[in-house]
Structure formats: structure tokens, C-alpha cells
Design a protein around this ligand. Sequence first.
Ligand code: C2E
Ligand code: CA
Ligand code: CA
Length: 750
Amino acid sequence: MQTSRLLAVVDTEASPVDGGHSRYNDDPLQQLLEVVNQSDNAFIVGGPDTRITFANAGFTSMFGYTLDEVLGRTVSACLTGPHTDMQAVERIKRELRQTGGGRADILLYTKAGRPLWVSVVANPLFDADGAFTGVVGVLADITQTKMHEVLQYKLLHAMAEELPLPQLMDLVCREVEHIAPEVAASILAVDAQGQLQALAAPSLPVEFSNAITGVSIGAGVGSCGTAAWRGEPVTVTDIATDPLWAPYKDLILPHGLVACWSSPIMAHDGRVLGTFAFYYRTQRGPDALHQRLVDVSLHLCALAMEREESRAHIHHLAFYDALTSLPNRKLLRTKAERAVSEAQRAQEPLALLFINIDRFKHVNEEQGHGAGDVLLSEIANRLSQEVRGRDLVGRQAGDEFVAVLTDCSTEQAAAAAERLLAAIAAPVELPSGVSVHPNASVGVAMFPEDGQDFDTLLREADLAMRQAKHDGRGCLRFFNDAMNRRTLERLSLEAALREALRLGQLHLHYQPQVSGSAGSVLYGVEALARWEHPQLGPVSPDQFIPLAEECGLIDELTRWGLGEACRQMADWRARGVAVPRVAVNVSARNFQNPGLPALVAELLRQHGLQPQDLTLEMTESVVMDTTEGVPATIEAVQALGVHLSLDDFGTGYSSLGYLHRLPIHELKLDKSFVQDLADNAAARALTNTVLRIGDGLDLTVVAEGVETLMQAEFLTSRGCRVLQGYLYARPLPADGLEQWLAARHADAGP
Ligand code: C2E
Ligand code: CA
Ligand code: CA
């Protein structure tokens, strides 16, 4: 036996021998034996076939076998197990003969089947003639150091490289599974809502991870949900029978996983950040190795998760607006620039919307800055709800917001801008109880037509927004080129409308307004214009009425509408169809025309109607119009005995102070309030107020847009006498209305 070689091995791998104790024996071989038996390391000596001929006490304490039990057996037969890397074992054997020694870190198993990470150093023995006579191996348990080395080093290194949290957690799971291959590891986060979120579980079925994501933690929610809830580890050795798993067992048992041990990952302030779980394929709990693995891992996981939290927090502070939680100007720019370059690459159009709240200064000054803040955050909410997933909205400054709409044509941008305007326009209740009706002006710039980069688009959208303000607020304007194109489209629509008026292609529909118990009495009808274009199909009045106003056709349209309504009324009168009155919508512009009263008088005379047969519906904007002559025109119409009705009441910014001075008979409660009655306290409060005002000033209140029985009952119970809406009838052609009347008559019986 070549003792010198053996000694060299012992020297590096075993604890040094105290020189003072070597007095027992001078024989180096005896000294060696003493060292060997005192060492914590395992020493094995084997023959040329690696059958064991000697093993020390360290071997017994490390692996649990006595010398008798292993004598004559091969090393691999005793110590390898299901997850031993057999290639590494073969490599050592090869190196033993070829290079005179081999070493490797290998997973071996104790007599009880417990896995151990062991550093193996093996050296060959030769006789005097140089023939291979056997092998001597020194085995050191490195489980603990291995864990630290692998986990700590690798995780910290990955954190330093800024890997995202799920990747870090995946790494922890994989390394743990490498050290303890009999477990399937899983790491879940617990989010702010107390719901589980799968972070990593490389050996669990994806469907399982998906299924438990979003589950709320609780007193009986599997191992992990319960561990997170209790803040302490939960061991379930038999998923099939444990009540904690009853609702979830079918998700996991089919995959051969039957036991689960989960430990909470705690933040330093005691919050539960997540859970770290081991799943097993046999009914069992953790062993000492697992316990140590988890102890090490929990710290590392907490470190990574807390770091992620504070990173997210810092990110939020730096890039999001504190008041509205929208991206701030800086993040907006970054994201918008990215969106523009993506649009460039994908050759897709993009729209940039510049949104400015109208008269925000008023709210701030009159209601205080707190109220201004409430208004801004409510509007921010509405904006972020309206934009689609890929789109972007941010706060540019003060009361300015910017939206970037990807893959968005000019038409879609116009539609989206109108949607945003409508969302903004819903009433906002301030903390003081005052309700305001916000409006905004929107400027739109289009990529690529208007500009190739964010800064250009932003500047142009801003300019377009100013144009919208200039044009009367509450509307949208495009920047140059696209705007021109739209104007062109409008011109052709305008030509078509002109032609329709000339050729008599417009029609009136009539929507009943009912009163009495269960709406049994017809109060009157509202005339609503309809245009069926031969090529375009039906064009909505919301489109062609504003168009007619803008292009100066509105006088002609109103003249036609009034004439047609009067003709129809006279026809009904002549045929005994009982329609008490007809209401005709008259635009604000029409009141700027001093000829209006004369026209109305002439039409009444021509068709033989009484003034009370006709109501004119006008909006609040007419009343606010201080243009020379407008108040006189209103007076003159009233003087004829024709009734006036205030349409869309409640949607304007105007004060109520003027109401009692006005020669009106009727208020029309705007349909937006009626539609919000069910779920909006502000709408109910406003409705009550409008009804009380009507009462106080002796005005009939007509509620429009009544669609449900619930709305009708609410309104009637608050004293609203006249209701109009789809619940009773849609706007109908004249003959349709007659049939509707006849059917009601028949229903009511003789
Ligand atoms: P408006 O005067 O507020 O008319 C009421 C609108 O609500 C009508 O839309 C009507 O069809 C609709 N409506 C009625 N009941 C319900 C309901 O239960 N639910 C819902 N969601 N809607 C209901 P329409 O006919 O599309 O008219 C839109 C607007 O165009 C009118 O609003 C009015 O401002 C204007 N308009 C229509 N015809 C004329 C007209 O001859 N002259 C003028 N100047 N404006 C007109
Ligand atoms: Ca109306
Ligand atoms: Ca209305």
C-alpha cells in the first residue's frame, strides 16, 4: 500500500491531527488509522472491483451502515440511489485508472434513503509492481455548504443581474430540486388583495399553477393558502384525505403528487409575502435536509420579494402621478415614443389625443382645490377605463391629459375621442355635495400624416385642442391634414344634406310622451328628424343636425321640420287622431334668426292649428345666448302662445337663476340622468331637484329616455307626470304612431 499517497489525501480532506498525541505509536500506518477513525469524513477502502474492505466510524455516522453491513459490497451498490448522477460515478471510476484520482460532488443516499450531497475524492492503490490493487475514497458531507453555495451565490448573482422576480424564483426552485430531487418546489406570491399568484413551479403542471392563481388565502385553502393565512408552515402528508385540500385535491392528485408541505415567506415587518412549498410523490413530510433547504431558501425568497416590492414602489413614485395614478409626463413620453416607433415599424396609424378639461379653473376657484383634485382623479379614472389594453393615457400637466391610441384610423380616433368626451361629461359629485358636469376639449394629431415623432404630434394635438376651445369647447378637433380631410368628408355630406332637403328625403318620426297612471294618457309627441341616404343608409340626427348647424342649413331644416310637423298635426286633427300636441326641436341657431316667430305664426295659420298644439324644444344654450335679438325672439315666440320646453335640462353649466325669468312651460329632464337613476345617487338627487324646481315654478317636467319600469316608477313616485322613452315606444313614423295609438285603445277596452 502506498501510504504516502494516502496520507496526502487525508491531509487535505481530514482535520489535522494534533502532533502531541502521536506518542502512542510511531508506525505511520497506525497513526493514519487513528486519524481516519477520528475524522468526521467517511473513509472507504475497496479492492480492485471496488468491493469494500474497510470503512471508518465517520462512514457509519454519515451513512448509517456498520462496517459489517457493507463489507464485500460495492460502493455504488450501497450508496447510490434514484437521483444519483451515475455519469459522475462512472467518470470517477475512469479517472481513477487514467489520471490517478477523481473527484466530484455527488448526491448519495444513507441506509435510511436520505439524500446527502457528498464531495468524493477517490485515489487508486498500487502494489510495489505498480499494479492496481484497489481504491481509497474520502467522502465529506457538503449538503449544507452546497445549499449555501448554490442558492445564495446563484440567487444573489441573479439579483445583481436584475433578473425579474419570476425568473429568480424559478432559479430557487430548480436549484432546490437539484439538491433534493424527490421534491417538486413551488413559490407563490400573496398579492395586495390576499390572492395567490404563481411565481415559479418548474416541476408542477402549468394547469395547476394557473388554477390556484387568483385564489384567496384562507383558513382551509390547501397547504399554501392556509400557510399564508396562518403565517406558519402547514404539512399535509396525505392530500387525498386532508380536509384542507378537499376543494383542490382533484387538481393535483392526477399528477401523482400526494403530499405537500408549505412554509410562509415573511417580510421583515412580519407580513406574509408568499409561500414556498414542497410537493411529494409519496405520503410524507419534510426531512432534515428539506428543513434546512427551506430555511435557507425562505430568507433568500423574502429578500428577492421585498426588493421587488420596493423597486415597484420607487418605480411608481418616479413614473406615476400621485393624484391620479396615471403615468406622469416622463413615463408618458417614454411609452408614447415607444408606441410611435412601434407604429412606424408595423406601419400602423396612431392617434395622439390632447385632452383639456373645460373651465377647470372655475371648479378650482369656486369649489376649492380639494374639489378640483376629486374632479381630476374621477376624470382620470374614466379615461383609463375607456382606453383599450394596448392604448395609453397619462397626465401631461394640471388639467391636461394625453391619450395615445395605437392602430387607430382617423375615423376610429374621432369615435374614441367622442367616447372619451361622453365619459368625461357624466356628472361628478364633489365632496361638498355639489354636482358638476365636466366637459373637455380634445385635439387630435395623427401618425403618420401629421408628424413622425412624439414631440411633433404632441405640439399639433395641443394646437388642435386650442382650436376646439376656440370653437366653443366640449368638442374635438383634428390637426391640419386629417382635419382637412374630415372637412372634405363633411363637405360631401353637406352637399348630400342639401340635396336631401331639396328632394324631400328627410322624414319625421314621432315619439309618444305619456302621462296618467301606467302612462295611459297621451300627453303629446316629439318630432324627431330621420334621414335615409340612398347610399350611406340611415344617418343619425346626432351627425346631421350639428352638420346642418355648422354649414348654415339649419334654418332650412327647421323650416322644413316645423312645416312637416304642423302638416301632420293638421292631418291627424282632420282624421280625428287624438294627438294633443307636437313638440319640435329647434336649434340654438334658429333663435338667432329674427324671422322665427313670423314663420311659426304663418305655419299655424296655414295649417289651421292653435298655438298650444305646438311646443318648441330648445336647449339651455339658447337661454344663455346673449347674441343680439335672441331674448326678444324667445319672447316673441312665447307671445304667440306657443309653448317652450327646455331640452336636455341639467346637462349645461348654466346657473338656475334665469329659470324663473324665462317664458317656458316645460323642462325635459335629460336622459343621461334617467339612465343613471338605478346606480347613481347623484342622478337621483339631481332628478329630485329638477322635479322640485318644476313644482316650484309650475313647469311640467318631461322625463326622456325612460327605458325601464323601475325608472318609470321612481319618476312617478317623485311626482314626474310626463314620461317619454323606449319603455312606451320608439320614435315611430306617423302611421306607426297611429297603429300604436289604436293598439292601446284596443287594450284599454271599450
Ligand atoms: P333629443 O332632442 O334629446 O331627442 C331625444 C333622443 O333620445 C332621440 O334621439 C330619441 O330617439 C332618443 N330616445 C328616445 N327615447 C329613448 C330611450 O328610451 N332611450 C334612449 N337611449 N334614447 C331615447 P335621436 O332621434 O337620435 O335624436 C338625437 C338628437 O338630434 C335629439 O336629441 C335632438 O337634439 C336632435 N334632433 C333630432 N331631430 C331634430 C330636429 O328635427 N331638429 C333639431 N334641431 N334637432 C333634432
Ligand atoms: Ca328634444
Ligand atoms: Ca333631450
